[in-house]
Design a protein around this ligand. Structure first.
Ligand SMILES: Cc1ncc(C[n+]2csc(CCOP(=O)(O)OP(=O)(O)O)c2C)c(N)n1
Ligand SMILES: [Mg+2]
Length: 766
C-alpha cells in the first residue's frame, strides 16, 4: 500500500506521500496476534499512528474495508495517514497521530466504562487496548494519565509497547526498560516483558548459555541495532565486541546465518510468545497491564534497524524481491487469501467474530430551554453556572446522564451545588471523615462527579472519552468539565484531540481574563477566546448576564444530549463542544431585564443563542434626536466588561452620540455563521450575504468598538464582517495583580478609554 502510494500512483504535486514502512513492519506481528486471535468483539483498540496501513490491511482481510481503498492510502477521501475515527472509512476506535494522546485514550475510555457500568448496569465487558510506539513514552501526558487515581485499578486495560528501541531520528540510547518498568509499577501497573522469541529461548535453555544471555541483555542498544545492516559474518564480530569471556566460545556451535537468526529473534515477532503474554495480562484483573514487546523497526525489510529508517522506503527492486519472496505477483498482490484456504477461513471467522452492531442508543429526555435558577440583582456568570447546572440536575429525566469532572477545581468553579446533590464518583464506597456542612463530598459508585488531580490534560482526555461514551460504550452521557480558564491551554492538545475524535461535551473555563484581578498575571487568560473561536467543532460562549447563560447552558446540554428540541441544527452544523468562558465578577442584571422588556423574551432568547443581541438601543430616549445629524456607533462588548461598555454608552449619549450596545454572547457561533455565509459565497461565486444573526443586530451602518477581556484579536473580525471601521479593544499584554478599576485602566478597558475608542472609530469613519 505504501509503495503503491509513493511509487506507482500518479503524483500531481511532486510531494513525497510517505507512509512509514519500517514502523508498520515493526507492528505486523503484534497486530496479527491481536486481530487474528486475541481480540473479542467488545474490545476497543488504539493503534499507534504509524501503523495505520497495517490496521487498514487487516480490516481489508477481515472483510471490513473495500479493496479500492488499498490503493488510496493518503488520498483525499481515502485512507488517512494516521487512524481517524471521523475520517477513515473503516471502524477506528480511537484516533491517533499526536503521539501519547492516542495511547491514553483507551485508559480514559476504561474510566468511562467503569462509570457507565456503575450507573447504568454492567454491559458486556471490553478490554481497552493501546498499541503504542516506545517513543510515545517520552510524552508527559502518558505519565499524567497513569498517575491519576481515577485511572487506578483498571484490570481491563492493556498497553502494548512496540519496543523497537527506535524513534524518529535515532536509535534510542541505552535501553530504558528498567526505568519504564519501575515507573509503571510505581503507578500500580502490571508489567510484562516479551523479549525473546522461541529460537532465543531454546538457546538460553542450553547448558552454558548464561554468559550469552547476560550479554544479550547487556549489549548497548545502538550496538545491537547495528547488527541488522550487516552480513552474517560481520554480525557475529559486531555482536562479540565487548562481550565477556565465554560468549564467543558458546556461540561457535552456530554458523553465521543461524546466529543472526537467533540474535534477531525477538519476542515481539513471535505469535506464541505474544499470545501467552496477553493471556497472562488477562489474569491480572485488579490493575492495568503494560506489555513491552521487543520488536525490530523494519522487520523483514532491508531497512530493518537502520537508524534512518523512520521515513525510508524500500526501492523498486527491493519491493520486487519482497513480493516474490512472499509468493505474490503483480497480478495477485491485492487479492484476499484464496477461497477455501485455511487463511481465508480464519479471516472469515475472525471478521464475523469482530463485527459489531451499528445501533447506538439515544437520550430521549427533553432538556428544558430555561431553568428557574435564582439570579440576584448582581450576579456573576460563574455563580449562575453552578445554580443552573444544579437546577438542570433536578430534572429526573436528565439527571442520570449528567457527569461532571474537574482537575481539582470543582468547588472553586462552582460545582459544589451539583456535587452536594449528586456526590463524587468512586468505584468503591468511601467513608466520609470530614463533616463539612457546606460540601457533602460523599464518594461512591453512584456519585456523578469525577474529581481528577491537577492535570488539565487529564481533564480533556477524560472529557473526550466521556463525550464518546455513546460510540465506545453504548451509553450516551452529558459530560461537563470545569477548569480555570488560563489552564485550558495546559490541556489544549487533549482538547483538540477530543474534538478531532468527534466527542461531544461542555467545558467551562472560569474565572477568566484580567477581571480575576488580584490573582495576577499567571492566572489571567487572554488568548483562550481565540482558541475557542478557532477550534473546529468548538463553540465559544461568553455571556455577560445570568439569564442569557441559563438559556445558553440549557441549549448546550440539549445539543450534547442529542435532543431534537429547539436546537436549529441547520444554523449550527458541526457543533461538538461548548466552551463557556465565565467570570467571578458580579454585575448588575438590570440592563438585561430592560432589554427583555424592550425586545421580548422569545426574540432576545433566539438572538442570545445565535450569538448577539442589542442590549441598548442608542436611539431610545435620546434627547432632541432628529436622527439625522447625530453620529452613530456600535459599542460591542463581550462578558465581564459590560458595565464599562454601558457606562461608556451613557457618556457618549450625553455627548449626543447614538451609541448602540451589542452584547456578544457567543463570539464562536457568530464567527462560525459569518464564515459559513462567506464560504457559501466563495463556492458559488456569488456576493456573500451577511448571516441573519449579524444582520438583525447591526441594522445600521456605523463604526464599531469591540471591548473584550481577552486579546483584542478575538473580536477584531467584526468590522470586516460588517464593512465598517473598527477599533478593537482588549488585553494584549500579560496581566498583573490589582483591583478591577486599576487593571481596566492599565489595559484600556475603563469606560473613559472606551469613549476614546469610540471617538477614534468615529474619526476613522469620517
Ligand atoms: C506529539 C508528536 N510529536 C512529534 C511527532 C512526530 N513523530 C512521529 S513518529 C515519531 C517517533 C515515533 O517513534 P515510536 O513511537 O517509537 O514509533 P516507531 O516509529 O518507532 O514505531 C515522532 C517524533 C508526532 N507524531 N507527535
Ligand atoms: Mg520506536
Amino acid at each position: 500500500m505504501i509503495d503503491f502510494a509513493n511509487r506507482e500512483r500518479e503524483n500531481s504535486d511532486g510531494l513525497k506521500v510517505g507512509g512509514h514502512q519500517a514502523s508498520s513492519a515493526s507492528m505486523v506481528s503484534i497486530m496479527t496476534a491481536l486481530y487474528f486471535n486475541y481480540l473479542d468483539r467488545e474490545d476497543r483498540v488504539s493503534v499507534k499512528p504509524h501503523a495505520a496501513p497495517v490496521f487498514h490491511a487487516i480490516q481489508y482481510l477481515l472483510g471490513n474495508l473495500d479493496k479500492k481503498y488499498l490503493t488510496e492510502l493518503r488520498t483525499a477521501g481515502g485512507l488517512q495517514s494516521y487512524p481517524s475515527r471521523t475520517k477513515d472509512p473503516d471502524q477506528v476506535d480511537f484516533s491517533t497521530g499526536s503521539v501519547g494522546l492516542g495511547a491514553v485514550a483507551p485508559l480514559f475510555a476504561a474510566v468511562t466504562r467503569r462509570y457507565v457500568d456503575a450507573h447504568f448496569g454492567k454491559r458486556p465487558s471490553s478490554r481497552f487496548i493501546a498499541i503504542i510506539g516506545d517513543a510515545e513514552l517520552d510524552e508527559g501526558n502518558i505519565w499524567e494519565a497513569l498517575a491519576d487515581p481515577a485511572t487506578n485499578g483498571l484490570g481491563n486495560v492493556m498497553w502494548i509497547v512496540d519496543f523497537n528501541r527506535q524513534s524518529l531520528d535515532r536509535v534510542i540510547p541505552g535501553v530504558r526498560i528498567k526505568q519504564w518498568r519501575s515507573q509503571f509499577e510505581a503507578a500500580g501497573w502490571h508489567v510484562k516483558e516479551i523479549k525473546y522469541g522461541s529460537k532465543l529461548e531454546m538457546v538460553f535453555s542450553q547448558d552454558g548459555s548464561t554468559p550469552f544471555k547476560k550479554w544479550f541483555d547487556d549489549i548497548p542498544n545502538e550496538q545491537y541495532q547495528s547488527l541488522f545492516g550487516l552480513a552474517p559474518n560481520e554480525a557475529r564480530l559486531r555482536f562479540l565486541e565487548g562481550a565477556p569471556q565465554g560468549v564467543s566460545d558458546f556461540l561457535k556451535q552456530f554458523n553465521d546465518v543461524e546466529l543472526i537468526e537467533i540474535l534477531t529473534d525477538l519476542g515481539g515477532h513471535n505469535l506464541q510468545s505474544l499470545l501467552e503474554g496477553f493471556q497472562e495480562c488477562d489474569l491480572v484483573t485488579d490493575r492495568p497491564s503494560v506489555v513491552f514487546a521487543y520488536t525490530i523497526k523494519g522487520w523483514h525489510l532491508p531497512i530493518a534497524g537502520n537508524p534512518r529508517n523512520h521515513s525510508a522506503q524500500i526501492t523498486g527492486n527491493q519491493i520486487d524481491e519482497f513480493r516474490s519472496k512472499l509468493g505474490l505477483s503483480l497480478e495477485n498482490e491485492w487479492e484476499r487469501f484464496g477461497p477455501g484456504t485455511a487463511e481465508d477461513a480464519l479471516c472469515l471467522a475472525r471478521g464475523t467474530m469482530l463485527s459489531r452492531s451499528e445501533h447506538l442508543p439515544e437520550i430521549t429526555a427533553n432538556v428544558p430551554t430555561s431553568t428557574s435558577a435564582k439570579i440576584g440583582l448582581k450576579a456573576s456568570t460563574q455563580e449562575v453556572f453552578g445554580r443552573v447546572l444544579t437546577e438542570i440536575s433536578r430534572d429526573e429525566n436528565i439527571r442520570p446522564y449528567l457527569v461532571t469532572t474537574a482537575p481539582d477545581v470543582a468547588t472553586s468553579t462552582n460545582l459544589g451545588g451539583f456535587i452536594n446533590r449528586l456526590g463524587v464518583f468512586s468505584h468503591e464506597q468511601r467513608r466520609r471523615w470530614n463533616e463539612d456542612p457546606m460540601l457533602k463530598w460523599a464518594e461512591g459508585p453512584q456519585g456523578q462527579h469525577i474529581e481528577l488531580g491537577i492535570s488539565e490534560m487529564n481533564l480533556f482526555g477524560l472529557l473526550g472519552q466521556l463525550g464518546l461514551s455513546r460510540e465506545i460504550s453504548g451509553q450516551p452521557l452529558i459530560p461537563i468539565g470545569t477548569v480555570y480558564d488560563p489552564f485550558v491551554l495546559r490541556g489544549l492538545d487533549a482538547f483538540i484531540y477530543s474534538v478531532y475524535s468527534g466527542a461531544k461535551f461542555i467545558v467551562t473555563g472560569t474565572p477568566s481574563g484580567i477581571t480575576l484581578a488580584p490573582e495576577g498575571g499567571a492566572h489571567q487568560s487572554t488568548i483562550t477566546p481565540s482558541v475557542g473561536i478557532e477550534l473546529p467543532g468548538v463553540v465559544l460562549i461568553e455571556p455577560a448576564y445570568g439569564k442569557s447563560l441559563d438559556w445558553l447552558l440549557c441549549d448546550s446540554v440539549a445539543h450534547v444530549a442529542g435532543s431534537k428540541i429547539d436546537t436549529t441544527p441547520d444554523l449550527r452544523p458541526n457543533e461538538l463542544a461548548f466552551y463557556f468562558r465565565l467570570t467571578t465578577r458580579a454585575i448588575d442584571q438590570t440592563p438585561f431585564q430592560d432589554a427583555i422588556a424592550r425586545i421580548g423574551e422569545a426574540t432576545i432568547r433566539s438572538q442570545v443563542l445565535a450569538g448577539a443581541y442589542r442590549l441598548v438601543d442608542g436611539r431610545v430616549g435620546l434627547k432632541n434626536d432628529d436622527g439625522k445629524f447625530s453620529p452613530v456607533i456600535h459599542l460591542v462588548g463581550c462578558g465581564a466588561v459590560m458595565p464599562e461598555v454601558l457606562e461608556a454608552a451613557s457618556e457618549l449619549k450625553n455627548e449626543g452620540v447614538i451609541a448602540h450596545v451589542i452584547d456578544i454572547t457567543s463570539p464562536g457561533r457568530l464567527y462560525g455563521s459569518w464564515q459559513r455565509t462567506l464560504k457559501q459565497g466563495i463556492r458559488t461565486a456569488n456576493t456573500p450575504s451577511l448571516p441573519g444573526a449579524l444582520r438583525a443586530i447591526f441594522n445600521e451602518r456605523a463604526p464599531i468598538v469591540s471591548v473584550h477581556d481577552s486579546s483584542s484579536h478575538a473580536l477584531a473580525w467584526l468590522g470586516s464582517a460588517l464593512g465598517a471601521p473598527q477599533v478593537a479593544m482588549g488585553v494584549d499584554s500579560f496581566g498583573q495583580s490589582g483591583n478591577i478599576p486599576d487593571l481596566y485602566k492599565i489595559h484600556d478597558l475603563s469606560s473613559g478609554s472606551i469613549v476614546n475608542g469610540a471617538l477614534a472609530a468615529l474619526s476613522l469613519n469620517s
